[in-house]
Design a protein around this ligand. Sequence first.
Ligand SMILES: Cc1cc2nc3c(=O)[nH]c(=O)nc-3n(C[C@H](O)[C@H](O)[C@H](O)COP(=O)(O)OP(=O)(O)OC[C@H]3O[C@@H](n4cnc5c(N)ncnc54)[C@H](O)[C@@H]3O)c2cc1C
Length: 500
Amino acid sequence: MLDRFDPAVDPTFPAVDPARLAAALGAVIPADRLILTPEGMRPYETDALAAYRSLPGAVVLPADAAEVRAALKVARELGVPLVPRGAGTGLSGGALPYPRGILMSFGKLNRILAIDPAARTARVQPGVRNLAISEAAAPFGLFYAPDPSSQLACSIGGNVAENAGGVHCLKYGLTVHNLLSVTLETIEGETLAIGGGEALDTPGFDLLALITGSEGLLGVVTEITVRLTPLPADVRTLLAAFPHTHGAARAVADIIAAGIIPAGLEMMDGLALRAAETYAHAGYPLDAEAILICECDGEPADADDEVARIADLCRAAGASLVRRAADGAERQRLWAGRKGAFPAMGRYAPDYYCMDGTIPRRRLPEVLDGIAALAREHGLAVANVFHAGDGNLHPLILYDASAPGELSRSEKLGGAILELCVGAGGTITGEHGVGREKLNQMCVQFSPAELETFAALKAAFDPAGLLNPGKTIPTLPRCAEYGGMHVHRGASPHGDLPRF
Ligand SMILES: Cc1cc2nc3c(=O)[nH]c(=O)nc-3n(C[C@H](O)[C@H](O)[C@H](O)COP(=O)(O)OP(=O)(O)OC[C@H]3O[C@@H](n4cnc5c(N)ncnc54)[C@H](O)[C@@H]3O)c2cc1C
């Protein structure tokens, strides 16, 4: 059972008198952007990992960088933890408030500052929604490529902090590959301009890559310049259905081995596709045990050629059906099923727990079998909906939080699945981050020396450890207690991967 966040008894940061905190923040943040009542703070008590909840001591909604700096100064001077928060769609508890600490939400820093079509860049504030960037860039024939399924709601600041991915990241890269620069406010009161202009390299250490995916532990991002990509001339979408997940997994490996990089290559297993079909009427064959949705973009002739080669590879891997979307409407339906797959799980169970691990693509068949075996062992169903092209799995564990013990069983199963990924040579997160959720699995993924390096980097930016404490980097005593110190990558902590 993962520990609930209960720093009510955390000796690291003794509670500050609430009246003192309110007075200090009230002196620098206008009353209409400062929330102090429990009922006002309730919407901020969790992110999309809703099993974890705690109330902060104050919520601040800064309207400019000066207010960000002022709130950081209060945190520093009073020794109060501060947690940054974007849209709260994170799935690993990264924006979970520190009890009685400061929660900084970027809802008011939500302006697109400039679009430069000639340089193909957008300069934005951190609270801008991911999709809003593409909407603003569309009149110039451009878009922002990383497209998390949550893109309607999630913020670009949260994307930077999590190094978010999405369906089209196989071809266009993750957030880190589409960033040019960020402005970072540190808890020490410095403003750092990190990254460069349009050049591919910058002098000095690559701090931009370090900040990307740092989960709010190193500083607060107040401005971001992203790369924009020309909208493709045309798009083709293909559905391939298979009688067994192994066939679909083989097709994925064969497509990549053939040197084809589709714009998107997604897989759903039988349980997932049947729920999604009932929910979205996407046109998926209900008798299949796996489907691939594959998208190719570019000049029409190139996209036609690529999609034809992929169709041949799917047939050779045993596809029982290969169908190209006839028009834009059918394409939208195919994607609606994929994008609605998470909520569609409500058909099977009141709750689902979304895992996020990566594996080498060639090990997909055995890892999917391993997940099924673990699911049976823990007595819970698991549906798989994932970015197959980049080996980023999203097993959805189905459970009922109101049934005694099911939440803790689902957490145990989730941990075992992530450790299976590490054993297969993969990682414990592909895009959702570590947050509060995967602290124990960090002990499995990394050696004590590696964890100490992370902690030293954190201390270089935040010596007092006030930014987003209790997340992402486990302490060594915690790892010792978990008993999972450093499994060598490629060697499963659960023994050899099952062979079928
Ligand atoms: C239905 C659903 C589908 C999803 N699909 C995907 C997907 O396809 N790909 C994917 O990558 N993710 C996906 N996610 C997860 C989530 O949307 C992403 O992790 C997203 O990047 C979080 O953005 P946010 O604005 O909601 O950040 P939050 O959840 O508010 O915060 C996330 C982390 O970022 C930090 N943070 C936020 N803003 C800042 C800032 N300005 N400065 C410093 N730190 C900051 C927080 O402290 C926290 O650690 C999905 C989530 C849901 C609910």
